[in-house]
Ligand binder design. Structure first.
Ligand SMILES: CC(C)(COP(=O)(O)OP(=O)(O)OC[C@H]1O[C@@H](n2cnc3c(N)ncnc32)[C@H](O)[C@@H]1OP(=O)(O)O)[C@@H](O)C(=O)NCCC(=O)NCCS
Length: 161
């Protein structure tokens, strides 16, 4: 079984390798700093009873310009939850861990949206392959960049995750 929880100093991140150096480095060097500064929350997946990180995501509040969203919204920055990073160790791929982490992130955003206004979850897909992963769950393109994607919270509500 897999546990997903907020990162602590007890989690072993040294051997994490998702194949993307920038995402490995974030987990190792910056996730703790960003936690302490309140800039980003990192959630890690481990096997029950183990401390080795097999996957993670980060989530923060953010905003996007209203004219990037192809819907009629007030002319102000649109509040969103940014899933800035989501990655799975190469040894744990294609076993639905990415999906489990994404659903956990969507649920976190859904809960937060009951307390503060959040219109959508936004991601910056690294490349076409990562984009295809997000498209499976209903993410759509924002109008500035074909890798900049969003999923409205009202759509997440309908998914009944
Ligand atoms: C993208 C990533 C998170 C997927 O994780 P994973 O655990 O291997 O994916 P899952 O097993 O949960 O796959 C869930 C579904 O997505 C599909 N999928 C997984 N990776 C995919 C990819 N790269 N392209 C297209 N579809 C993909 C799976 O086939 C599966 O589809 P199905 O429901 O039709 O069977 C992982 O490959 C990764 O960490 N990549 C490097 C970092 C990255 O690109 N992160 C995302 C952008 S920040």
């Amino acid at each position: 079984m897999i546990t997903i929880e907020r990162i602590t100093s007890h989690h072993d991140r040294r051997s994490f390798d998702c194949g993307v150096e920038q995402l490995n480095a974030y987990l190792l060097k910056y996730s703790g700093q960003h936690e302490r500064k309140g800039i980003g929350r990192t959630y890690v997946a481990t096997r029950d009873g183990e401390t080795r990180v097999l996957g993670y995501y980060t989530i923060s509040s953010s905003g996007v310009a209203f004219d990037l969203v192809p819907e009629n919204l007030p002319h102000h920055p649109v509040p969103v939850a940014l899933v800035g990073r989501l990655a799975v160790d190469v040894t744990a791929r294609r076993a639905r861990l990415g999906e489990t982490l994404l659903i956990h992130a969507l649920r976190s955003a859904q809960r937060a949206a009951r307390i503060v206004g959040i219109y959508a979850v936004v991601v910056n897909a690294l490349d076409e392959s990562a984009k295809n992963f997000y498209l499976k769950y209903g993410f759509q393109e924002l109008s500035d960049d074909h890798l900049h994607l969003y999923l409205p919270v009202k759509t997440i509500e309908r998914l009944n995750l």
